[in-house]
Design a protein around this ligand. Structure first.
Ligand code: ADP
Ligand code: MG
Length: 305
């Protein structure tokens, strides 16, 4: 039993099915990446987890309790940062942080001060004057100043600059090192890749892939650039090789990660002079998943857009 268990979650808004049989499991001590493009259903899933929305069907549990019926109980142990942070316009950032932290029943003054400094926030300003990034900082500082067992963060860095994103990553690492769990939704894949033990990819309300980064790498390809003494022959006959191209730098191709060993053995017969490989990225995996979207939903016209 995980810390978060979502099974067969369906959420309908009138006739529109926003989530269609979503399954997720987040375990203790895990940073779990929840990735997908805008409109895929990330925020809706998170709102159901928080008991803000009621599931149309399926079972949603946090700490073994029901997300809807036991929301009050669950919230004592959860810190949440929404994607679009709205704050009380007439309170200062510092007042909002205090309010959030107190609502959660913990009060870590020193942590609060440390994070305000790290995130470079002026807590004396009224919230109505804050930019999106600053509003996010307020919510992040409040969340990471609180004791929680589960941090649910919905695209928390979309308004932060790279320096602040670094601070955010340190915060996630720190709670992880204390054995806490994080559910982090994002469409910034590089961020998810750095932080997460596991990821689930959601598209059009359904999870299309889930697993550890290593497990997902079987779907990825490594980009190879090789120069050999003798020309390489019979490359096309090898399984798992794609996009072969002669370039002025050498022979360029992609290899399915699982076939790498065979490919390297083959090319080494030709006297390798130079070999470059680019590691498989989630980005590449993601792009391949989104290829063919039109054939799934389209009517066959398949034009570019
Ligand atoms: P994401 O967070 O991945 O960008 P959302 O969960 O916000 O996606 O939205 C998923 C889909 O559900 C979208 O098509 C969105 O328009 C729709 N949706 C979200 N909330 C509502 C709502 N309250 N009423 C109707 N449709 C909604
Ligand atoms: Mg969202």
């Amino acid at each position: 039993m995980g810390l978060v268990n979502v099974s067969n979650l369906t959420k309908k808004f009138g006739g529109f099915t926003a989530l269609n049989g979503v399954n997720l499991e987040v375990n203790g001590g895990e940073v779990f990446g929840f990735i997908g493009p805008n409109g895929a259903g990330k925020s809706t899933t998170i709102r159901v987890l928080l008991g803000i929305l009621k599931a149309s069907d399926g079972e949603v549990k946090i700490f073994g309790k029901d997300a809807w019926n036991d929301a009050v109980e669950i919230h004592k142990r959860v810190a949440y940062v929404p994607g679009d942070v709205n704050l009380w316009p007439n309170l200062t950032g510092g007042e909002v942080i205090d309010l959030f932290v107190k609502l959660r029943g913990t009060n870590h003054q020193s942590k609060r001060e440390e994070l305000i400094k790290k995130f470079d926030l002026d807590p004396t300003k009224k919230c109505r004057t804050y930019s999106k990034g600053n509003r996010q900082k307020v919510a992040l500082i409040a969340a990471f100043s609180s004791d929680a067992d589960l941090y649910i963060l919905d695209e928390p860095t979309s308004g932060l600059d790279p320096l602040m994103e670094q601070v955010f990553q340190e915060c996630v690492m720190e709670v992880k090192s204390k054995g806490k769990s994080v559910l982090l939704s994002s469409h910034i894949l590089s961020e998810v890749e750095k932080l997460c033990d596991k990821v689930a990819i959601i598209r059009e309300g359904a999870i299309i892939e889930t697993g550890t980064l290593n497990e997902l790498r079987h779907l990825t390809r490594t980009q190879i650039l090789v120069e050999t003494k003798q020309p390489i022959t019979n490359l096309t006959g090898i399984k798992g090789i794609h996009e072969i191209e002669e370039t002025s730098q050498g022979l360029s191709f992609q290899v399915e990660t699982e076939e790498m060993d065979v490919v390297i053995r083959h090319i080494s017969q030709f006297g390798i002079v130079k070999l470059e490989s680019a590691p498989p990225t989630l980005e590449a995996l993601f792009m391949r998943h989104y290829e063919g979207t039109e054939s799934v939903t389209g009517t066959g016209a398949g034009g570019a857009n």
